[in-house]
Design a protein around this ligand. Structure first.
Ligand code: SIN
Length: 189
């Protein structure tokens, strides 16, 4: 599959005719809402776990030296906490561009903190996209992040902003916090 997913995402018609759609964000979409939204609510989705397994050619790295950003990996019983935004359909043009390096819109159900559930969309970069990097140890991922930078800034800012945003939400993510710890250790060497 091509790494540029804009054309594929424009074919997603599940919510056509809806005046607003819930979008679940679990990475930079938690802490960087550079788009208009009608409502913003902490939420979670089941069956997925957050991993720094996706390459970033356009934000936190380059095609020659990709950075590492998060995607979701299917895992039974896992729960991924993040932030949901209620947006109008026009906003997807901006989001499809922002998430074009391998992420596909997928329909999902999501659960708000009060237990209410709704249907919506999430951007996921699956293992068959050409920018996918796959598994590595948290220590290796930290070293990769430490040396990566791209048009949106240092890869370490992405990791640190995500870790802070998860703490603000009161959510523990062992993978993210382990990488943060290894990155801090590298910095103090
Ligand atoms: C997301 O935040 O939901 C997708 C991945 C990213 O943009 O970091």
């Amino acid at each position: 599959m091509t790494a540029d997913t804009i054309a594929i995402n424009q074919l997603m018609d599940k919510f056509d005719g809806h005046h607003s759609v819930w979008l679940f964000g679990y990475g930079s979409l938690i802490y960087k809402a550079d788009f208009p939204y009608l409502q913003r609510r902490p939420a979670s989705i089941g069956g997925w776990t957050r991993r720094f397994w996706q390459g970033s050619h356009d934000h936190r790295g380059t095609p020659e030296a990709p950075g590492r950003v998060v995607t979701l990996i299917a895992e039974a019983d896992a729960i991924c906490h993040g932030m949901a935004y209620l947006i109008t359909p026009e906003v997807f043009a901006h989001l499809d561009h922002r998430e074009k390096n391998g992420y596909l819109r997928l329909a999902t159900s999501m659960t708000f903190e009060d237990g209410d559930q709704t249907e919506g969309l999430v951007y996921i970069a699956t293992a068959d996209n050409t920018a996918f990097l796959g598994a590595a140890s948290e220590q290796e991922i930290a070293a990769h992040i430490a040396r990566s930078t791209g048009p949106s800034g240092p890869n370490s800012d992405y990791l640190n902003h995500l870790a802070s945003a998860l703490r603000e939400l009161g959510r523990h993510d062992q993978h993210v916090f382990d990488i943060e710890r290894h990155l801090a250790a590298l910095r103090s060497e």
